[in-house]
Design a protein around this ligand. Structure first.
Ligand SMILES: [Zn+2]
Length: 100
């Protein structure tokens, strides 16, 4: 069982970004472009060296989340308007991306 801190009670895509209410009560919004620029997939981050090839500066200012896919109970897959869809965002990582 994950810590409540790392489990979303609810989430939805809003004009501002991905809105997540966490089970510990934190209400957060992760902006679209910020999430796209922090994608952890092999296309965006070299799997061996961990060097990031795609960051917030490399993605369009108006990039948007088009769709979400729940992956088991641990992650979200995000489809972006630039057709990037290989990114899997574990809930723990999403929570770590929240700038509290
Ligand atoms: Zn990626």
């Amino acid at each position: 069982m994950a810590e409540p801190k790392y489990e979303p009670a609810s989430f939805e895509v809003t004009p501002d970004g991905l809105h997540i209410v966490w089970k510990d009560g934190l209400d957060s919004v992760l902006p679209h472009r910020y999430l796209r620029g922090n994608c952890g997939c092999a296309e965006c981050v070299d799997e061996t060296t961990r060097v990031r090839h795609v960051s917030v500066d490399n993605v369009a200012p108006d990039v948007r989340i088009e769709d979400t896919l729940e992956i088991g109970r641990y992650a979200l897959g995000l489809l972006f308007s630039d057709l990037h869809q290989t990114g899997i965002y574990p809930f723990k990582r999403l929570r770590d991306l929240v700038q509290e």
